[in-house]
Design a protein around this ligand. Sequence first.
Ligand code: HEC
Ligand code: HEC
Length: 305
Amino acid sequence: MTRWYRKERSTTGYKLASLRDAYRPQVESLPFFKIPSNRPRFSLTLSNVTVLSRMSFVALIWTALTMVPALAQTTSSSSPADLARGKKLFQGQCALCHGQTGEGARGPNLARPKLVHAADEAGVVRLLDNGIPGTEMSAFWQMTPNEKRQVAAYVISLGKTATETLPGDPERGRALYAAQGCANCHIAGGNGNAFGPELSDVGARRSAANLREHLTNPGKNPPDGFMMVQVTTRDGKKIAGIRKNEDTFTIQILDAGGHSYSFRKSALAEFKKLPNASPMPSFRSLSSAQLDDLVAYLAGMRGAQ
Ligand code: HEC
Ligand code: HEC
C-alpha cells in the first residue's frame, strides 16, 4: 500500500483506492489520477483537499453559530433587556404620538391585543420600515434594524398586558350618548350625522384619558387635519365651519347647519383659521360618573375588529 492510502483514509481516499484497484490501467492513463507509488505529489494535493474541507467545515459551523441569534430573532424571544431598551426607544421616539405607555394621544392606542396594521412583531418592524403613507406615522429610517426589533417587541408586549379596566358602565354610556345628542354630529356603527368625525373606531384611536379630556375640552386635541375656519365675504357675511377641503385658490366649508360652501379665496374679504376651536360643545357639566360611563362606551368602539 502506498503511503498516502494509509495516511488519508478518508472516504475519498478509500474510493480512489478502490477505483485504482478496479481500473488501474484506465485510471493510470489519466493525468489527474496518476497513482504514485512513493511520496507522490498527489498526496500533497489530497491533503490540500483535506485542509480545504476542514476549512469549509469550520465555515459551516461558523455560519450555523452566527445564524442562531438570527433565528431566535424571527421567532421572537426578546429578552427583558430588549424590552427595556424597546421601552426607552418608544418613550423617546413614539410617546409624543402614542403616549408614554402606548395608551394613545395624537396617534392610536397601541396597548391593544390586535393592531390594525401589524399582526405581530415582524409586522411592526415592517411598519417602522415603511410608515403608513398619507398619515403622521412615518418611516423610522434613522433606527437600526435591531432598535426597530426592540421597539416592536415592546409594542407587542403592550397588547399582551391586561387591558385597561375602566370605572364606567358602557351601557349607561350608550344611553347618555343618545340623550346628549352626540349622534346629531357623529356617525357610530352606521347611525348619526357626519358633521363631526366618525366615532366607530374612536376607542382604538384614543385612550380613555384622552377621550375624557376630549369631552370636557373639545378642540384641544382634534383629530388629524381637523380645522375650523371663518371667512368674511366682500359683502360682509361671516361664515364659520369645518374646513372640508382647501387648496391654494379655494376653500370648502361645512357649517353647523350642514350647509356646504365653496369660496375662491381671492373673492373673500377675510379668511381665518381658528386653531383649537371646535363646534363640539363641552360636556363639562356632566357628573364625573357620567363622564366615566360615556368614556367606557366610547372606549368600546373599536371598529370592525
Ligand atoms: C408624529 C406622530 C407619530 C409618531 C412619532 C409615531 N407614530 Fe405610530 N402612528 C401615528 C398615527 C397617526 C398612526 C395611525 C395612522 C393611521 O392608520 O391613520 C400610527 C400608527 C401606528 C401603528 C399601527 C397601529 C394599528 O392599530 O395598526 C403602530 C404599530 C405604530 N404607529 C407604532 C409606532 C412606533 C413604534 C413609533 C415610534 C418608533 C411610532 N408609531 C411613532 C403617529 C405616530
Ligand atoms: C355640534 C356637533 C357635535 C356634538 C353634539 C358632539 N360632537 Fe363630538 N365632535 C364634533 C366635532 C366637529 C369634532 C371634531 C373637532 C374636535 O375634535 O373637537 C368632534 C370630535 C369628537 C371626538 C374626537 C373624534 C376623533 O376622531 O378623534 C369625540 C370622541 C367626540 N367628538 C365625542 C362626542 C360625544 C361622546 C358627544 C356627545 C356626548 C359629542 N361628541 C357631541 C362635533 C360634535
